[in-house]
Design a protein around this ligand. Structure first.
Ligand SMILES: C[S@@+](CC[C@H](N)C(=O)[O-])C[C@H]1O[C@@H](n2cnc3c(N)ncnc32)[C@H](O)[C@@H]1O
Length: 814
């Protein structure tokens, strides 16, 4: 054989042809894949087996045999070889030995069958290419178990795949010359003649080669390759599923793959997820990336890096206190202002976008914790006699008597826009509704309940009306809510005919004589609303523990009554009630209450507690007034005494000491003297006698002075014995009362006068203070003397009666 490769009837396969093919094979992920994945392709093993069988057929039978083959492959193969290599002779000097091997191999397989044998050879070459590609691919898979990717172990394809393991290709990666690989592959091919024999035998037995498996093996490997490449970019394949998924997707987009394939570029490192993933996994992923990156640096397609959002819908979204609602509470506002700490980040992923929409479309049924709106079904029993009116109507003389509220009586609102007309609004306190005439806050004003009601009525509908008539078990009709109401929210206005008292009494005597239900309510200016013809509010029943309250407001100068929700608010379906504080007119009108409350008063009558409270309040007020009066009197007396003593001690400093001080000091001194005298007398006289002299002239107690003036008593008072009755002891107390002067008064005086006294002393000049201090000393002496005398002479029991008598006298005065 010379340097030419000439096969009779067959296109010559030259080294160049092979090298050409090999070149293509060396472009594994673009050119090869471009046709590898588009159509079914013969696997290396099949190609070889087929080629060999063809050869054998050719040699033995010497006639063409029809066999199945892929036209597309043939075309693709021939595209580069058929025309060029038909009678092509190439120099064959440098790598002669290799070519010889190839030629030998091809020679064996050559058959004088023209195109078919050529295509077989080409297939053989393709098989070589594939094996080279496989080798490269398999080498890349350093951590993937090859068994996972193998198909059935006994198929020729899998065997073929096994034959092309990296260990079979010595120094596969560094030399990487395709020529060498081709040589090795051909050598192996030669060595596998026995396998071909078996393959042939299988064929003869009618056993079809598992071509599909072979293709899958290749695809799997390539897809695994691609999967690994993508894992570097942030997606880690999760076992077979990932591989399968990839293998199903990747081959359909060879062009895109080709475009994205940038072997020289470094793969982007995986972006760190902020959503609190475990640090171990982070480290692992990092190390994996580090290991994988250099291995795949040549063959990994560069995908668009995935961007992890740190804000917005996804993980890492910052917590904030600022809610979209403008009605933020003061506390929340303060909290947000005071927060100096850095904002924490969300730990959990929120629901993805459109989750709400999906839930709406496909979501399950759900139930709210309470009904927000639930009207009664139609066909409810209705009171026939009820004539409805939603406005107050003056009837008879009422209209002419009614005094319109004067403009100046209306309160001008002083609330600020920042606060609105909240609980501190003056108009609200006085039950005046704000309007644009008296309040400039407009919509920010929170004191326009009747305006709200008007808007609701305007809008119409059951929800806006919010209430409906129901039939109760034992109280006739009633009213229930068909929606929720906020605490203190206006519910419904109480309207009817406004009549005078006289008219009301007349009706009671005549029209309503036999009625069980009354719809009369005190209104304003001694007039009454008769809601027999009135709004739905007339059906609201009484309860001793109600959930609503009836209030009278002045709206645009006119009084109006309305039912308001209580402090707890109203839930949907609740029966509304308020405390009638009922005035039954006469006993025969008294009705039994059936509200069912634990605190039920039993009858429809006025609030007894209110009466009690009022009485208590009145008593407390009276007591307070009396105390104040008493304290003032004591204060005056003390001041007088001080003034007198001051006038005496500071006689030379006339202008400094007021004249009243003189008399005060005089009195104090005289009291002190009398006390001393008394003490002396008591020492000399028996215990049950006391000198009437001790009773000062200005003593408030009349008993001693009378006794002193009584000539028959001889200026002496008969005191009760110690063991005597309490009444007698009291008498003795009365006698001693004047002797208690300053101290007793001080003890009786409440804290406030003391305080005022301190204030008065502090208001004096230093000179005055000095004078006062000297007088205080005098008084102190006097007090001590008095105390000595009393404590010595008055027995314990008598002293106790002083306190009690004092108390009793005080109680009496109250
Ligand atoms: C203003 S109407 C209320 C509506 C009335 N239930 C009806 O059917 O027309 C007041 C009357 O209802 C009855 N009523 C209201 N509350 C009641 C209660 N708690 N217990 C018994 N009767 C009550 C009394 O007859 C009362 O005179």
């Amino acid at each position: 054989m010379d340097g030419r490769l000439g096969l009779s009837g067959a296109s010559p396969v030259t080294p160049e042809t092979i090298s050409d093919l090999v070149k293509k094979a060396h472009e594994p992920l673009d050119a090869t894949m471009a046709f590898e994945y588009t159509e079914q392709l013969l696997t290396p093993e099949n190609s070889r087996s087929e080629t060999s069988s063809n050869n054998e057929n050719a040699s033995n039978e010497e006639k063409p045999t029809l066999r199945r083959r892929s036209t597309r492959v043939t075309r693709a193969s021939l595209r580069g070889t058929d025309t060029e290599t038909d009678s092509h002779v190439l120099p064959f000097d440098a790598e002669k030995s290799q070519h010889t091997v190839l030629v030998e191999s091809l020679d064996n397989s050559a058959a004088p069958l023209g195109k078919k044998s050529r295509s077989s050879q080409l297939r053989h070459s393709i098989a070589i290419m594939e094996s080279a590609l496989q080798t490269e691919t398999s080498l890349v898979q350093d951590r993937v178990d090859m068994d996972d990717h193998a198909v059935a172990p006994d198929t020729p394809v899998s065997k073929s795949s096994r034959e092309l393991q990296p260990e079979d290709v010595p120094g596969a990666l560094p030399p990487r010359t395709l020529r060498k690989r081709v040589e090795q592959a051909l050598a192996r091919d030669k060595g596998h003649s026995s396998r071909r024999e078996s393959s042939k035998a299988k064929k003869s037995d009618g056993e079809a080669p598992t071509r599909r498996s072979s293709r899958l093996s290749l695809l799997e490997k390539v897809s695994d390759f691609a999967g690994r490449a993508s894992s570097v970019l942030g997606k880690r394949p999760s076992g077979r599923t990932e591989l399968d998924r990839r293998s199903s997707l990747r081959p359909r987009q060879p062009a895109a793959l080709k475009e994205e394939f940038k072997p020289t570029e470094e793969p982007p490192t995986k972006k760190r997820r902020i959503s609190g993933s475990e640090p171990q996994s982070k480290e692992r992923s990092g190390s994996e990336t580090a290991q994988e990156a250099p291995i795949f640096s040549e063959a990994i397609p560069q995908f668009k890096a995935k961007r992890w959002l740190t804000h917005g819908l996804y993980s890492g979204q910052e917590y904030t206190n600022s809610r979209p609602s403008q009605n933020r509470t003061k506390i929340a506002r303060r909290k947000s202002l005071n927060q100096n700490q850095p904002p924490t980040q969300r730990r959990f992923l929120p629901l993805p976008m459109f989750a709400g929409e999906r839930l709406l479309k496909t979501g399950r049924d759900f139930e709210l914790p309470f009904d927000i709106y639930s009207p009664l079904p139609p066909g409810q029993p209705k009171p026939n006699e009820w004539r409805k009116t939603n406005k107050n109507v003056f009837v008879g003389e009422a209209g002419s008597i009614w005094r319109a509220t004067k403009e100046e009586e209306l309160s001008k609102c002083t609330c600020l826009p920042e606060t609105g007309c909240d609980q501190d609004c003056q108009n609200r306190y006085m039950f005046y509704e704000c309007d644009d005439g008296i309040c400039g806050l407009g919509p920010a004003c929170g004191n326009r309940n009747f305006e709200e009601l008007k808007q609701r009525a305007k809008a119409g509908g059951k929800y806006n009306v919010g209430v409906e008539v129901i039939k109760t078990a034992d109280r006739g009709y009633g009213v229930r809510s068909n929606r929720t109401f906020e605490p203190n929210q206006i519910i419904v206005e109480y309207t009817g005919e406004i009549i005078t008292q006289a008219e009301c009494e007349k009706r009671m005597r005549t029209i309503y004589k036999k009625n069980e239900c009354y719809y009369l309510m005190y209104f304003d200016q001694n007039m009454i609303i008769d809601a027999t013809r009135g709004s739905i509010a007339r059906f609201v029943n009484h309860a001793c523990e109600p959930n609503c309250r009836m209030e009278k407001w002045t709206v645009a100068g006119k009084p109006r009554m309305a039912l308001f929700a209580g402090d707890r608010g109203i839930m949907t379906g609740e029966e509304l009630s308020y405390d009638y504080n009922f005035d039954p007119y006469s006993l025969k009108n008294v009705q039994q209450c059936r509200c069912g409350s634990e605190k039920c008063r039993g009858i429809l009558g006025p609030r007894p507690r209110e009466k009690e409270q009022r009485a208590e309040l009145r008593a407390a007020k009276l007591k307070e007034i009396a105390d104040t009066k008493k304290a003032n009197a004591a204060k005056r007396r003390k001041e007088n005494a001080l003034n007198k003593s001051r006038s005496r001690t500071t006689k030379k400093r006339g202008p400094l000491a007021p004249s009243s001080l003189k008399s005060g000091v005089k009195k104090a001194v005289s009291r002190a003297r009398s006390a001393v005298n008394r003490a002396t007398v008591s020492r000399k006289k028996p215990a049950n006698e006391i000198s009437s002299v001790a009773a000062p002239k200005n003593s408030r107690s009349t008993t001693p002075s009378k006794a002193a003036r009584n000539p028959r008593s001889g200026g002496k008072i008969k005191l009760p014995t110690i063991k005597g009755s309490r009444a007698k002891a009291k008498t003795s107390v009365r006698v001693k009362k004047p002797a208690q002067t300053p101290r007793a008064r001080n003890s009786k005086a409440s804290a406030s006068p003391t305080k005022s006294k301190v204030v008065a002393v502090n208001s004096h000049s230093p000179a005055q203070r000095r004078t006062l201090n000297s007088k205080k000393d005098v008084l102190k002496e006097a007090r001590e003397t008095i105390n000595k005398g009393t404590s010595r002479n008055i027995p314990k029991a008598a002293r106790a009666s002083v306190i009690s008598s004092g108390r009793s006298s005080r109680t009496k005065r109250h």
